[in-house]
Design a protein around this ligand. Structure first.
Ligand SMILES: *Cc1c(COP(=O)(O)O)cnc(C)c1O
Length: 355
């Protein structure tokens, strides 16, 4: 379906397909890596108190309060921080601002499926680099001419973590192009590469409040890097939308970054739930990749993943399945609260019993 009114580029686009958000009640929704514990009550209170006549005024186009809160949290300066309407928007601006070069962008063959979509939107050539057989990323495979490198760490949808030392090894050797590390899941088990931004002017680290801070509905993402990289993102942002964060989002995000106790408590609970879920899935016969994220990636040696996903769905449990080479027999299962995980396991047990 195309229309003569469309710009030619629109005819060629293959848009990203987000995990579904069904309107049904009583679903055990483990398909989009949302956080079962909910946002900080202090963030909700801050959003409430922002609901006033002040909404007739535009928000701060630079969200300075939020940049200061993030800079204070990570020990950087505000000039090293960029914020946007979800990290998807931050990533889009990074592709636009840093990756449009003659040499191809490099990213893993199995990773966040939005990356090739941004390449299509901005006309960026790319080459995918296969992960190892065990789905780990070998940084040495990225030592080739490139116009930029991006990967998620922990990776999605595998959950595999790349040690910070490997990222630094690559940064030492790849100095001519930007490296973007998408840390959507870093709070669930890794050390952030933000520790390296002062030493490597080509490193940009992106994060989101959607997963570890349970604010997927508020749409707040961020990037930290050298002020010159941040300036490139600001130029794109200010050529696109001056006010990507509204007043409610700025207020809620600041309070979320200031509420260390809620963040720590919920993050630790998810990590503990993940370890129990992984062990229980292994007992059901699944091979479970070691995960540093708030989801697990698992396959059953004798049962088709698409059929299992469909059987779960019939019983109101939703997980994510990707019809994609190498991973078509895996299920990506969001780590829920203990009750959700117990329902998932009982339902899987039933589905496995039917042959
Ligand atoms: C969830 C996710 C994002 C985007 O999150 P936003 O909700 O847009 O902030 C980015 N990268 C990866 C790998 C993700 O899984």
């Amino acid at each position: 379906m195309a229309s003569p009114y469309w710009s030619p580029v629109v005819c060629r686009l293959t848009p990203y397909v987000p995990g579904e958000q069904p309107k049904l009640d009583r679903l055990v929704k483990l398909n989009t890596n949302e956080n079962p514990y909910g946002p900080s009550p202090k963030a909700l209170a801050a959003i409430q108190s922002e609901l006033s006549d002040a909404l007739r005024l535009y928000p701060d186009p630079n969200a300075e309060r939020l940049k200061r809160a993030i800079a204070a949290y990570y020990g950087t300066t505000s000039a090293q921080v960029f914020v946007g309407n979800g990290s998807d928007e931050v990533l889009a601006h990074a592709f636009h601002a840093l990756f449009q070069h003659p040499a191809p962008l490099l990213f893993p063959d199995i990773t966040y499926s939005f990356y090739p979509v941004y390449c299509g939107l901005y006309g960026i050539e790319y080459v995918t680099v296969p992960l190892a057989e065990d789905f780990t990323l070998r940084v040495a495979d990225y030592l080739r001419p490139n116009g930029g490198i991006i990967f998620a760490n922990p990776n999605a949808p595998t959950g595999c973590l790349l040690p910070l030392a490997d990222i630094e090894w690559l940064l030492e050797r790849n100095r001519e192009s930007a490296l973007v590390v998408d840390e959507a899941y870093i709070d669930f088990g890794g050390d952030t590469a933000i520790a390296l931004v002062d030493r490597y002017p080509n490193l940009l680290v992106t994060q989101t409040l959607s997963k570890s801070r349970a604010l997927a509905g508020l749409r707040v993402g961020l990037a930290v890097g050298h002020p010159e990289l941040i300036e490139a993102l600001e130029r794109v942002k200010n050529s696109f939308n001056s006010y990507p964060l509204d007043r409610l989002a700025i207020a809620g995000a600041v309070a979320a970054f200031e509420d260390h106790a809620h963040f720590e408590r919920t993050r630790r609970a998810i990590i503990a739930n993940r370890e129990r879920l992984s062990a229980a899935l292994a007992e059901l016969g699944f091979e479970v990749l070691p995960s540093a994220a708030n989801f697990v990636f698992a396959r059953h040696p004798r049962r088709d993943a698409a059929e299992l996903a469909a059987a779960l769905r019939e019983r109101s449990v939703i997980v994510r399945h990707f019809r994609q080479p190498r991973i078509a027999q895996f299920l990506r299962i969001t780590v829920g609260n203990p009750e959700q995980n117990a329902t998932l396991l009982a339902t899987l047990d039933q589905a496995l019993a039917v042959s």
